[in-house]
Design a protein around this ligand. Structure first.
Ligand code: FMN
Length: 219
């Protein structure tokens, strides 16, 4: 699999098979991802990987703390504007259409959202930890690292879903993992083998064309 193939093959998997991932494989994925770039080579990322009973504990913790709460670093800006608002709306509509859950069925939509807190059935959860004092630059570098994790994973046939849903659980997770005061969880990631029989995994999120986001000058 070359880089182009990996970029296209990586999608957000939202239904996993329960088959476990050995620690050696998760380590191998992180061992590749650590070559992600970061400004000043700060490598501002830390990872907590959970599997087995540790994963189940985190899932139970989330259940006990539903619906969680946003902190002062919300996932989206307030009152999302165009074109972002429509893009987000369309993603949701496309996903619920595949799941056959109509707009009126708020309960079923919520139930699907709650599956975030079960890692969509994935056997492994990753939590990406960053120091609170780090700025927007380092958060961007964390993103590069996370994409690297997802690409190294798909090269090995392992699917992933980045999960900012876990941001709502930052407080209980920090105490569960006894994070030092200066650290916080940015995001979660489900990791495992995609259940290809599930319609939700056929979702291919739209992308804007190059002309919609790029300007070329001086060519
Ligand atoms: C940082 C980040 C956090 C995300 N959080 C969630 C999440 O909590 N739950 C979810 O189902 N998808 C989540 N996603 C997946 C996005 O919806 C998805 O990447 C986007 O729609 C593009 O689709 P694709 O990943 O299948 O290409 C997240 C993606 C990123 C990059």
């Amino acid at each position: 699999m070359n880089v182009t193939e990996a970029l296209k093959a990586r999608i957000s998997v939202r239904a996993f098979k329960p088959d476990p991932l050995p620690e050696t494989l998760v380590r191998e994925i992180l061992d590749i991802a650590r070559f992600a770039p970061s400004g000043g080579n700060l490598q501002p990322w830390k990872v907590i990987a959970v599997s087995g009973a540790e994963r189940d504990e985190v899932v139970a913790l989330a259940k006990a703390n539903l619906p969680g709460a946003e902190d002062d670093r919300p996932v989206y800006p307030a009152n999302l504007w165009e074109p972002y608002r429509s893009r987000r709306y369309k993603l949701g509509e496309d996903m619920y259409a595949l799941l056959d859950i109509p707009r009126e069925n708020k309960g079923a939509r919520l139930m699907h959202l709650m599956q975030n807190y079960e890692f969509f059935g994935a056997p492994v959860g990753l939590f990406f930890v960053i120091e609170k004092a780090m700025g927007h630059g380092q958060w961007a570098h964390m993103g590069m690292f996370m994409q690297s994790v997802a690409l190294a994973a798909i090269e090995r046939g392992v699917g992933s879903c980045m999960q900012e849903a876990w941001a709502r659980m930052r407080v209980p997770l920090a105490s569960h993992f006894a994070l030092p005061d200066e650290e916080m969880i940015y995001c979660g990631m489900a990791l495992g083998y995609a259940d290809e029989t599930k319609a939700v995994n056929t979702l291919r999120a739209d992308r804007a064309s190059v002309d919609e986001f790029a300007t070329f000058k001086g060519f």
